[in-house]
Design a protein around this ligand. Structure first.
Ligand SMILES: NC(=O)c1ccc[n+]([C@@H]2O[C@H](COP(=O)([O-])OP(=O)(O)OC[C@H]3O[C@@H](n4cnc5c(N)ncnc54)[C@H](OP(=O)(O)O)[C@@H]3O)[C@@H](O)[C@H]2O)c1
Length: 325
């Protein structure tokens, strides 16, 4: 088969579409003939050599895919050859074929085209496990999402809204109209406005109950200030650096919490539990049309370098797909 390889870490042109050995399914695994994968920000880091795949994962990038089951390993039940599926991966989505633990498969929702379903597993699992499972976002609460126009952000707006929360976002202003159409009650241009002040104004001084943060260090202090009493901050990205100053007195006075998680390195059983939760709680919202994949652009897998350039620029809105003919 062919896959995107990274002979030498570097810029987008480090991605090389090349012949590699076909995967074989181990016990409990299936092989998927990939129709599409999607670019995640983490893939850009992997390309540059900063985010090696976890032990046992394929060396090629790609944290999710959609396709058709083409081989079943021993001990797999509940999935059939030829079945259309999408899947959460630990790597290897940028390829014509990938082996994946069966617990990480999801059926393709009836409302979504097969290739577009590649845009769902990573964002659905990340947003649900952090905002719902960990931070317990409640009906009537306020969710502040940093990077509203990202793959993660466009999903979080839809999920938060569908769950009955008010969603505020930060993003550059050229994305604001589309963010409001998706359900954001307020979009804050972080380049010209203070998101702490905007959050306070939007919540009559209370602050946000849950903050989904992709910036890390540079936003830590201001996130605590923007938090409501009893609020929960979940850091899932470090785009603004690994280190920041945490005012514990301010956090303590608010009885707040700060958590940080990463999905890719979780053990297979934990990923399977998250995928089960997503299938039970999020998939019905996609089937009903309350949530849809937001696909900015599709490119052939062999043009992965171009897709990385686009995501690097952050000019995309939602997800960028890589397709296999
Ligand atoms: N921990 C996990 O398990 C996990 C899983 C998946 C993703 N993630 C993380 O989640 C983040 C989003 O991932 P993605 O693949 O969806 O990314 P993406 O589509 O590439 O989006 C990145 C976004 O960052 C925004 N941004 C840049 N600087 C900002 C700032 N100062 N304030 C607010 N937003 C800013 C950009 O928006 P503008 O154009 O508006 O600047 C852009 O939309 C990444 O950091 C990724 O590593 C973590």
């Amino acid at each position: 088969m062919k896959a995107i390889t990274i002979p030498e870490p570097g810029g987008p042109d480090a991605l090389v579409w090349a012949e590699v050995p076909d995967p074989t399914p181990g016990p409990g695994e299936v092989v998927i003939d990939v129709r599409a994968s999607a670019v995640n920000r983490a893939d850009l880091l992997q390309r540059q050599g900063y985010y090696p795949p976890p032990a046992g994962a394929p060396p090629y990038p790609g944290l999710e895919c959609a396709g058709v089951v083409s081989a079943l390993g021993p001990e797999v039940t509940g999935w059939e050859l030829g079945q259309p599926v999408c899947a959460l991966l630990s790597g290897g989505g940028y390829a014509e074929r990938v082996a994946v633990p069966a617990g990480q498969l999801l059926p393709v929702p009836e409302t979504v085209e097969l290739a577009d379903s590649a845009a769902l597993p990573e964002v659905a699992c990340t947003v649900w496990s952090n905002v719902v499972q960990l931070a317990r976002l409640g009906i009537g609460e306020t969710l502040l999402v940093h990077g509203g126009g990202s793959g993660i952000g466009t999903f979080a707006i839809q999920l938060g809204t569908a769950l009955g929360a008010t969603v505020l976002v930060t993003a550059r202003s050229n994305k604001h109209e589309r963010l409001r159409e998706l359900g954001a009650a307020l979009a804050v241009d972080y380049t010209t406005e203070d998101f702490v002040e905007a959050t306070k104004q939007a919540t009559e001084g209370r602050g946000a109950d849950v903050i989904l943060d992709i910036m890390g260090g540079s936003y830590l202090g201001r996130n605590v200030t923007a938090l409501a009493t009893g609020g929960r901050i979940v850091v899932i990205g470090l785009q603004g650096g690994r280190k920041g100053e945490l005012n514990l007195a301010e956090l303590l006075a608010k009885r707040g919490s700060v958590a940080a998680t990463a999905l890719r390195a979780r053990p297979t059983a934990e990923k399977a539990a998250i995928v089960r939760g997503v299938r039970e709680e999020v998939w019905p919202l996609i089937e009903s049309g309350a949530i849809r994949p937001i696909v900015h652009h599709r490119l052939p897998m062999s043009e992965a370098a171009e897709a990385h350039r686009l995501v690097d620029s952050s000019d995309h809105f939602g997800k960028v797909l890589l397709t296999v003919d």
